[in-house]
Design a protein around this ligand. Structure first.
Ligand code: ZN
Length: 331
């Protein structure tokens, strides 16, 4: 290892890395050949515990994505199955991964201790339009809620619905209840009217767990500068994502360099305290330089090469997301 590699490595391994989005639980429950044991290093998919450790990940949001699994008649059952997969993982190797449900459990994470897992819904289909189920999922450990995936649901319209409708009364009740209970609201996938409604409803920090800047890649899943500014103004954080289609208008050309360009832009518009990372591992096609959890140090190396100071790199790698979750999670 030369001196510059050593510097990158030291900074990366001593930073708190918080990845705000992955779909890995879907792989955990999938039948072979996609399904795999997350305790084992695999060449399949993007994330498993050994590769998370190698990549220096300290906290990971695990999405329960019930949106397009047509085999499941019940999105509630699909979400519960993914929750169960995470419980089985945290119970089988508690020294490697632990469920984060409170400020205290998040604050206690250490660089060499277990990885903190945060449970998330990517779309509230699993609630079946019933607020009481939100309370149930909260009891089960849910701490981040993306209101929609791409289609319309009972709460709101995703970007795929192609409408100007904002939150439904149920959607507003979900946001209000989440913020009362201590669940983060995540606006990635939500349409513009929905994001505006969430921001207008409360002044609590919210996140966009995996979205890039529309100024650099004009895709509806990316955020406009006005949205980026508004999320930052409320103290929130935007997770730059590795999704090739959101990095470069020609997704085949997407690269680590594009990700760094999006981070530069987000920092310029939102400020250094409001940018993080949300890979979308196991839910997307990432650039080849970023196609496995173990490759995370390449991001740190890229930020160093662009002249970011170590303290600012730590904010982007995870301190910003850690700050807002310490703010929102229950005691
Ligand atoms: Zn997504």
């Amino acid at each position: 290892m030369n001196a510059s590699e050593q510097r990158t490595n030291d900074l990366h391994q001593n930073s708190f890395l918080f990845d705000a989005h992955c779909d890995t639980l879907g792989d955990a429950i999938a039948p072979p050949p996609r399904g795999r044991d997350l305790t084992q290093w695999s060449e399949k998919g993007h994330l498993d515990l050994p590769r998370m450790r190698a990549g220096g990940i300290n906290a990971q949001i695990f999405a329960c994505f019930p949106g397009i699994d047509r085999l499941h008649a019940s999105p509630t059952a699909a979400a519960l199955q993914r929750l169960e997969a995470l419980y089985q993982l945290t119970e089988s190797v508690p020294e490697q991964i632990t469920l984060i449900t409170t400020k205290k459990t998040l604050a206690q994470l250490t660089p060499n201790g277990p990885i903190g897992a945060i449970l998330s819904l990517e779309g509230v289909e699993a609630l079946n339009g019933q607020l009481s189920l939100l309370h149930t999922f909260f009891r089960l450990g849910l701490r981040n809620v993306g209101l929609t995936w791409n289609p319309r649901n009972a709460a709101a319209d995703g970007i795929g619905a192609n409408t100007d409708f904002g939150l439904t009364p149920f959607g507003k009740a979900v946001v209000e209840t989440c913020q009362k209970l201590g669940i983060m609201i995540d606006v990635s996938h939500l349409n513009e009217a929905g994001i505006a409604d969430v921001l207008a409803m409360s002044d609590r920090p919210i996140i966009a767990s995996h979205s890039n800047a529309r100024a650099l890649c004009d895709h509806p899943r990316n955020l406009t500068d006005d949205q980026i500014r508004a999320i930052a103004d409320q103290g929130g954080v935007i997770g730059a994502t590795f999704v090739s289609h959101f990095l470069n208008p020609d997704y085949r050309k997407a690269s680590l360099n594009d990700l760094l360009n999006h981070i530069d832009h987000l920092v310029e518009v939102a400020g250094i305290d409001h940018v993080g990372l949300g890979s979308d591992f196991d839910g997307c096609l990432p650039p080849q330089e970023l196609d496995s959890g173990e490759k995370y140090p390449a991001v740190t190396q890229g930020l160093l090469q662009r002249g970011y100071q170590p303290d600012d790199i730590r904010k982007i790698l995870g301190e910003n997301f850690r700050r807002v979750f310490l703010d929102i999670l229950p005691d």
